[in-house]
Design a protein around this ligand. Structure first.
Ligand code: SF4
Length: 505
């Protein structure tokens, strides 16, 4: 049985060749990944890891007119308090009503863990349907019901005939995967199994009598429209500014652009099949879904890294354009945009030239951003990817060609990041959200690797990143003062050894 037929999605640990513990260089990483030695690597000590459910919730909380039922003990859903605010802000920035996300927890107790939580789940789904009248109810299956063996699939099957909403199961217990990116597959698995992804007659269109001239004309118009339509797949780390930049560039090529699946409604999701091409903005997010759409609807896809920096943006644009015979136009557009952007970034480039930078976060983004910054004259001291899988091979082959001697680590461990900052002494760290507090306590300036408040993609993104780096390099007093008064929990001896001494084969 293929992955898409199974009720429970695969985790990245089984679907792809992955790794989360490595230190060396980019070429070594690519080789190690291919040969399978990455799978053998582990750590003798782990500080902490993330739960995949958090990222699945992040995506689900953005879907329009939905409600979320977290089948778990009370604590698992706590993150939704902040996610609700975040998704309301995302809606407002996209011109939608900034509504909070209705969410409920089955609040499993010790007695439920012994006796089972299926009845509670059934009642909670029915309550969510009655109370909030959502179009979609996401049922989030976490560790506790997965361990005790609740048959949540059967509950969902039964409840579908009793509620008006579409009920979508999201299987994302944290213990199943060491790779938090499994969360994206869990979200898309629920969407592709639980929702209609093609238009319905009499709901989305009016069927015309076969053979009538009107029907032929309508069909022809529709085919033309579809032949120019691209679905671009977003994610929580891709903000409205990134979407605007991508839309601006692809529209300049004459393409019609739609974004999925975040901030989409059930009606919009039914139009997913009606496109000529699916475009990834990062394969870590969406390769699972794009492969499904090709298998199910025959829609081809493009996965070409991230459009960060001039070179990657051009490659990304051209790889989309060549599917429509528009390579020449894409290159002309890139020439024009690069010329404008170079003039705009000139004053900043001088100020960052030679600055030492450490970059850490998602595997595709760190690779693309590292080579971009190196091309702009910064000295990349190190690259840290949260995980590595075979989908990131092209990105790290590119890093290997352009930055062959730059140290590369696969690490999501804060103690290793802290050690590297302390010993490498970068002028600035570009780091994933959530780590800025640690970096600030070390007195080092940092910039977020992504931010939904500011674009990182395309030409506007390059300008904004540089401007942000310059600002941080000039405004260091908060961090300096913080580092004088706040201590991190590590003893000085810890920084004497190698940062990656706990990595084992
Ligand atoms: S790891 Fe399991 S128990 Fe912990 S928050 Fe995630 S789903 Fe809940």
């Amino acid at each position: 049985m293929g992955y898409y037929e199974q009720s429970v999605p695969p985790v990245r640990d089984t679907r792809l060749k992955i790794g989360d513990s490595y230190y060396g260089d980019a070429c070594g990483l690519v080789d190690c990944g291919r040969e399978g030695c990455l799978l053998q690597k582990n750590r003798g000590f782990w500080q902490a890891n993330a739960c995949q459910m958090a990222l699945t919730l992040m995506m689900a909380a953005t879907v329009e007119n939905s409600a979320i039922v977290v089948h778990a003990p009370g604590g698992c859903g706590a993150l939704l308090h902040s996610l609700s605010v975040q998704s309301a802000k995302g809606r407002a920035r996209r011109g939608k009503e900034p509504k909070p996300v209705p969410w409920l927890s089955t609040n499993l107790t010790e007695a439920d863990v012994i006796g089972g939580g299926e009845k509670k789940l059934l009642e909670t789904i029915k309550y969510a349907d009655r109370e909030f009248r959502p179009e979609i109810i996401f049922v989030v299956v976490t560790c506790a019901p997965s361990i005790i063996g609740d048959d949540t699939e059967e509950v969902v099957r039964q409840v579908r005939s009793q509620v008006s909403a579409d009920v979508v199961s999201l299987y994302c217990p944290g213990f199943r995967s060491r790779v938090v990116a499994s969360a994206y597959d869990a979200f898309y698995h629920g969407i592709l199994r639980g929702l209609e992804l093609s238009p319905k007659p009499w709901v989305d269109y009016r069927p015309l009598p076969q053979g009538s001239p009107d029907a032929e004309l309508a069909e022809e118009n529709y085919r033309f429209e579809k032949s120019r339509t691209v679905n671009v797949w977003n994610a929580t780390s891709i903000g409205p500014g990134d979407e605007e930049e991508v839309r601006r560039l692809l529209t300049a090529l004459g393409l019609k652009v739609r974004f999925f699946a975040e901030y989409s409604s059930r009606d919009e999701l039914r139009m997913v099949s009606e496109a000529a091409l699916n475009v990834s903005m990062c394969n870590v997010h969406d390769d699972y879904m794009l492969k499904f759409l090709e298998e199910k609807f025959g829609t081809p896809y493009v996965i070409a890294g991230m459009p960060i920096g001039f070179r990657h943006t051009r490659q990304w644009l051209v790889s989309i354009a060549e599917r429509f015979g528009l390579e020449k136009q894409a290159n002309a557009l890139a020439d024009y945009e690069e010329k404008l952007a170079k003039e705009a970034i000139e004053p900043f480039v001088e100020q960052v030239r030679g600055k030492k930078v450490l970059i850490c976060g998602g595997v595709v983004r760190v690779g693309a951003e590292a080579t971009m910054l190196a091309e702009l004259g910064l000295h990349v001291l190190g690259i840290r990817a949260y995980h590595y899988d075979d989908g990131a091979e092209p990105v790290f082959e590119d890093v290997g060609r352009n930055l062959p001697d730059t140290p590369v680590a696969v690490s999501n461990q804060l103690f290793e990041l802290t050690h590297q900052i302390k010993t490498l002494k970068p002028d600035i760290v570009i780091a994933h959200n959530g780590t800025q507090g640690y970096i600030a306590k070390l007195g080092v300036p940092s910039v977020q690797l992504w931010s939904v408040d500011s674009p990182f993609f395309g030409y506007t993104g390059t300008y904004r990143i540089l401007r942000r780096i310059v600002f941080e390099l000039k405004n260091t007093s908060y961090r300096e003062r913080l580092s004088r008064h706040v201590r991190l929990p590590y003893r000085p001896e810890y920084f004497e050894g190698d940062a990656f001494k706990y990595i084992r084969d």
